[in-house]
Design a protein around this ligand. Structure first.
Ligand SMILES: Cc1cc2nc3c(=O)[nH]c(=O)nc-3n(C[C@H](O)[C@H](O)[C@H](O)COP(=O)(O)O)c2cc1C
Length: 209
């Protein structure tokens, strides 16, 4: 535990708690050791069943209320969000004793320029995943990486990666609510902020933990 109540000015301050939440989320995109780097992303499938998976946070911006993830365009989650864009993102920072539950909408980015920038900004090894010949979750007769055999264990060059670009997708998450749970021996704190479209602002309130 890194936080004692003396250092946690946000303990009884809802605005500071909000700032603290984003201070935890935003650096998660670049700080690999951070809890926010690999949140759990939840979608809902066609049967109404929640589907959860870990994803790497690539970018977070409090002013845009947006998170960015990378995924395979052929993956199951892409079909799910086309049917139902409701999504949630969960992170727990054990050092900070802080759980954040984000609610919002998952959106497939369609701007080709934005997709190209994200594609070329990723490492060749990260982009190699998109060289998989079959869609993710396709049943296989035996154990498989899905990759063509000649690239297994090797780093692809730009020419070898060019066909994989069409499998690469940007998944954006528009944050519409943030729920905060701070664990403290003195007594936990829970709060929730909801985005108000009418006046383009967040409304926050304390909740009983
Ligand atoms: C540490 C870790 C990081 C991951 N990062 C991503 C990611 O950034 N994008 C992604 O699509 N899947 C990522 N995955 C794989 C997903 O958890 C999931 O297995 C995959 O996306 C298939 O999900 P779906 O069938 O619901 O579409 C990651 C898994 C782990 C364990």
């Amino acid at each position: 535990m890194t936080s004692s109540l003396q250092d946690t000015e946000f303990y009884n301050d809802i605005d500071l708690s909000f700032t603290k939440a984003w201070d935890l989320i935003e650096p998660g995109a670049s700080k690999r050791s951070s809890a926010a780097h690999t949140p759990v992303v939840g979608t809902v499938d066609g049967d109404g069943v929640p589907q959860l998976r870990v994803m790497v946070l690539r970018e977070a911006d409090r002013n845009m209320r947006r998170l960015r993830f990378h995924t395979d365009l052929r993956s199951t989650k892409i079909g799910e969000i086309a049917l139902n864009s409701n999504a949630s993102v969960l992170m727990y920072d054990a050092g900070e004793r802080l759980q954040l539950r984000l609610g919002g909408k998952a959106i497939l980015a369609t701007d080709p320029e934005a997709v190209n920038i994200a594609w070329s900004g990723s490492t060749p090894f990260a982009r190699r995943c998109y060289m998989s010949e079959m869609a993710p979750a396709t049943p296989s007769e035996g154990p498989t990486s899905g990759l063509p055999q000649w690239i297994e264990g090797r780093q692809p060059d730009e020419a070898q990666l060019s066909d994989a670009r069409e499998n690469f997708a940007l998944l954006l998450f528009e944050v519409r609510s943030i729920e905060w749970l701070f664990l403290a021996n003195m007594g936990h704190r829970r709060a929730r902020w909801d985005w108000q479209d009418e006046n383009s602002s967040w409304t926050g309130r304390w909740l009983v933990p």
